[in-house]
Design a binder for this molecule. Structure first.
Ligand SMILES: Cc1ncc(COP(=O)(O)O)c(C=O)c1O
Length: 376
C-alpha cells in the first residue's frame, strides 16, 4: 500500500481535468494570437477559461493573467511593482515561500527596494500591530503576505491586512497558492491588489496558474518578446494548461463545502491518533480550525531513533510526506519556516497534507507507520 499525504506539494490530476486537457491537445492546436479561424477558436477557448476563473474569484476577466504557476506570478508582482509602480519598500514576513522571499531579498540586495520583515509569533501568526507600525513608517509600500503558510498551515486574515494596506496607501499582494481551490476567495470583498494561483495544488496541471492584477495597475512584462496577456506576459499561452486550470478550479468550487468538511475531519482524526500514539509529540502552527489550513497538519516529533532518516523511513513504509528540521544552525538544507517559529533543532517537523482523494484508511495507515518509525 502507498499513501500520498503530500498534497501541499502537489496533487494528482482529476480525471475530468485530464479529459478537458486532452480534448484541447487533440482538437484545439491553434495559436490564440493567430488571426485565422483556427487561431480564433483557440483564443475563444482561452477567453472562456479566463471568464470562468474571473467569475469564481469575483474579478474581471481582464484582471486575470495566465502564468506558469505560483512562482512566476509572485515574481511578476514583486519585480514589476518595483520596476513599474515605483515601490521602494516591501513589507513581508520571514515565513513566505521562497518565490516571494528570495525575490524580495534580491531587490533589497540590489538596493532597488528595501525589505522590511514583519514580526511573527511561534505559531506563524503575523503581528498586525507591527505590520501597522511598519506601514505607517513606510506608507506606499508593497505588502506581500501569504494567505496560508504552505508548511505549517497558519492562515492570515486578509481583510485585516487589506484594511491596514488601504489606511497607509500600500499595495497588497497575497500568495494564495495554498488556499485558492480550497476556500472561496472574493478579490473585491478582500480588497486585494494582487493574488496568485497554481493549478497543481487543486488537482490541476503543473506549470499552469494565474496572477490577479487589479485593473488599476499596469505591469510591464518580466519576460519580453510578445504582446500576449495585454502586453504583461510575452510568450504563446499554454492553452491545455489554462483549460485544465479553469476546469480544476471549477470542480474545486463545486465540491468545496463537502471537501472542507471531510478533510477537516481527517485532519482532526490524524491529530488525535498521533497525540495518542506518540509521547511528547506536538503540532506546529495554529491549531484552531478556522485559523489553519484544513489540508495541512505539521507534526513536531521529539528526538527519535529515525532521526534525519525519518521521511526516508516513512517512504519505505509506504507513506509520502514532507518536512524536516529547522536547521537554524545555518545548514544548507532545512526549513526557514520552522527556524522562524523557533522549532527546536533536535525535533523533526513532518508535514502531512491532504487532498480530495485522501481517505480515513490512508490516515490510519500513515499514523501506524509513523508510530512504527518513531518508536522502533
Ligand atoms: C505558498 C506557495 N507559493 C508558491 C508556490 C510555487 O508555486 P508553483 O509550484 O506553481 O511555482 C508554492 C508551491 O509549493 C507554494 O506553496
Amino acid at each position: 500500500m502507498r499513501v500520498y499525504l503530500d498534497n501541499a506539494a502537489t496533487t494528482p490530476l482529476d480525471p475530468e481535468v485530464v479529459s478537458a486537457m486532452t480534448d484541447v491537445l487533440s482538437n484545439c492546436f491553434g495559436n490564440p494570437s493567430a488571426q485565422h479561424a483556427i487561431g480564433r477558436n483557440a483564443k475563444g477557448v482561452m477567453e472562456m477559461a479566463r471568464r470562468k476563473i474571473a467569475e469564481l474569484i469575483n474579478a474581471k476577466p481582464s484582471e486575470i493573467l495566465f502564468t506558469s504557476g505560483g512562482t512566476e506570478a509572485d515574481n511578476i508582482v514583486i519585480r514589476s511593482a518595483v520596476n513599474d509602480l515605483g515601490i521602494k519598500h516591501i513589507i513581508t514576513s520571514p515565513i513566505e515561500h521562497h518565490a516571494v522571499l528570495s525575490t524580495v531579498e534580491e531587490m533589497h540586495h540590489k538596493g532597488v527596494a528595501e525589505m522590511h520583515l514583519v514580526s511573527i509569533n511561534d505559531k506563524g501568526e503575523i503581528d498586525l500591530a507591527h505590520l501597522e507600525q511598519l506601514t505607517s513608517q513606510y506608507p506606499g509600500s508593497l505588502i506581500s503576505l501569504m494567505h496560508a503558510n504552505n508548511e505549517i498551515g497558519t492562515l492570515l486574515d486578509l481583510k485585516k491586512v487589506s484594511a491596514i494596506a488601504k489606511k497607509y496607501n500600500c499595495l497588497f499582494h497575497s500568495d494564495t497558492v495554498q488556499t485558492i481551490g480550497h476556500y472561496k476567495i472574493d478579490v473585491e470583498e478582500l480588497g486585494l491588489d494582487f493574488l496568485v494561483c497554481s493549478a497543481h495544488k487543486f488537482n490541476g496541471p503543473k506549470g499552469s496558474g494565474f496572477l490577479f492584477v487589479k485593473n488599476t495597475h499596469k505591469l510591464r512584462p518580466i519576460i519580453t518578446g510578445g504582446g500576449q496577456e495585454k502586453n504583461m506576459r510575452a510568450g504563446t499561452e499554454n492553452l491545455h494548461g489554462i483549460v485544465g486550470l479553469a476546469k480544476a478550479l471549477e470542480i474545486s468550487h463545486s465540491i468545496m463545502p463537502e471537501k472542507q468538511q471531510k478533510l477537516q475531519a481527517l485532519k482532526s482524526l490524524m491529530r488525535t491518533l498521533i497525540a495518542a500514539e506518540i509521547p511528547g509529540v506536538g503540532f506546529n502552527g495554529v491549531q484552531e480550525d478556522d485559523k489553519s489550513l484544513y489540508t495541512v497538519l505539521n507534526v513536531s516529533l521529539p528526538p527519535n531513533p529515525a532521526g534525519d532518516m525519518l521521511l526516508f523511513k516513512l517512504d519505505i513504509e509506504g507513506v509520502c510526506a514532507s518536512g524536516g528540521s529547522a536547521c537554524s544552525s545555518g545548514a544548507s538544507k532545512g526549513s526557514h519556516v520552522l527556524a522562524a517559529i523557533h522549532h527546536p533543532d533536535e525535533r523533526t517537523g513532518v508535514r502531512f497534507s491532504f487532498g480530495k482523494f485522501t481517505t480515513e484508511e490512508d490516515i490510519r495507515f500513515a499514523v501506524e507507520k509513523l508510530r512504527k518509525v518513531v518508536t522502533e
